[in-house]
Design a protein. Structure first.
Length: 255
């Protein structure tokens, strides 16, 4: 018997297909996708831990009485857990959440470039960490490392590890594309004392100046070069995405 498709069912199918592509195509990930997922996991684990301890404490009190040593020990464990979570876990969740918001904010700015000649890839994983944003357009190829520090930021005092991270991202994308890449560190909300200044080959700027900087750069790449570079990055991301799956499949092969 045939099935009749309504407009609503077709719309739902298209939406599910789009969601599947976003989750499987590494070039169509959303800005901050990994960071946001990490925040959700941390929050869920925190709530789960507190929930288990609270339920266990209540059950022990009901079963053995409020003055039983096991109930008192469970109550003490719950109080200690709440203290540890408030002092260490919650600040960590807040930092991760702030980082995710920063990536999302910069991602919104960059998504506007996709309507023109630019190709924008968010949350790109190359095996060792990830690149927040990769930009490929007429002005060249750029990596963007987003920072959400409230500031103020003094370019001359940027931490060496932050600069090394940006340089490592540059080298990784240069190996993939064969093109020169400019690394950018973009602060989503901080005041920067010397915006657009370079430190050890890395340009530093606030998010509000990012689009203007890109627009003023001279054209260096043709449309064919842009599409080729994007295809090379996409292929590399797909290979890295498939690698853990292939390893898992080999582990499950019958002996």
């Amino acid at each position: 018997m045939g099935c009749c498709w309504t407009d609503e069912s077709v719309g739902n199918a298209d939406e599910e297909s789009e969601m599947h592509v976003v989750h499987t195509d590494p070039t169509r990930r959303t800005a901050g996708q990994y960071a946001r997922a990490t925040v959700r996991r941390l929050r869920m684990r925190t709530l789960l831990t507190l929930g288990i301890l609270a339920v266990s404490t209540a059950l022990l009190g009901r079963a053995f009485g409020l003055h039983d040593a096991r109930f008192l020990a469970s109550e003490l464990a719950l109080l200690i857990s709440m203290f540890v979570i408030s002092r260490h876990v919650l600040p960590l969740v807040e930092r991760r959440d702030r980082g995710a918001r920063g990536e999302e904010q910069v991602g919104v700015l960059l998504d506007g470039l996709s309507e023109g000649e630019w190709r924008v890839i968010h949350d790109a994983s190359l095996g060792r960490g990830n690149v927040d944003h990769i930009l490929i357009g007429p002005a060249g190829v750029f990596t963007v490392e987003t920072k959400s520090h409230p500031g103020p930021v003094r370019v001359g005092r940027l931490h060496g590890a932050t600069l090394s991270q940006a340089q490592a991202q540059r080298k990784a994308i240069e190996r993939v594309t064969g093109l020169e890449v400019e690394p950018l560190i973009v602060f989503s909300r901080a005041w920067v004392d010397r915006p657009l200044a370079r430190r050890k080959g890395v340009r530093v700027l606030p998010a509000r100046m990012l689009l203007g900087y890109l627009a003023k750069r001279p054209a260096r790449l043709s449309r064919e070069q842009i599409e080729r570079a994007r295809a090379l990055v996409a292929q590399t991301l797909l290979e890295h995405q498939a690698r853990p799956r292939a390893v898992g499949e080999r582990r499950h092969l019958p002996g």
